[in-house]
Design a protein around this ligand. Structure first.
Ligand code: CTP
Length: 127
């Protein structure tokens, strides 16, 4: 059983989110997703997500390609979560290239889907 783990905010869920999760799942047998908590997201991006964490987790959990979801509470807990969920591979978009070095868990960065991001969606709505 090969377990893949990935992390993200997944706010205003869009196709870039769907594609990274589908591609990550194809790399193994089980996909576990850490969804950034509202407080963690604030510390990372200096804004609260539009969609609250419970709803973001429910949306990600409902996807066919996702097997398990948990709230990610801190950047420093990556190794702890990888150990806890027995992850073999950490998959992230290549905006995170080389950001993580983990014991017992390979890190792989996939190309981001072009022309879509939560930040751009928010800016488009604002303007
Ligand atoms: N992602 C992707 N392609 C996109 C947008 C996101 O592959 N166009 C990936 C990211 O690389 C990350 C995951 O989706 O591995 C979750 O990203 P997240 O930060 O939640 O989404 P963004 O849309 O990038 O949000 P923001 O604009 O707020 O940074």
């Amino acid at each position: 059983m090969k377990t893949i783990i990935t992390f993200g905010t997944f706010d205003l869920f869009h196709e870039g989110h769907l594609r990274i999760l589908e591609r990550a799942r194809e790399m193994g047998d089980r996909l576990v997703v850490g969804v950034s908590s509202d407080a963690f997201n604030y510390s990372k991006k200096q804004r609260y997500p539009i969609i609250p964490e419970e709803s973001r987790m429910n949306i990600v959990r409902a996807l066919k390609c996702v097997d398990e979801v948990f709230p990610e509470k801190s950047m420093e807990l990556k190794q702890f979560y990888c150990d806890k969920y027995d992850a073999d591979v950490l998959v992230m978009g290549d905006d995170w290239s080389g950001s993580f070095t983990l014991q017992g868990c390979e890190d792989i960065y996939l190309p981001r889907t072009e022309c879509v991001s939560t930040t751009e969606i928010i800016e488009k709505i604002r303007s």
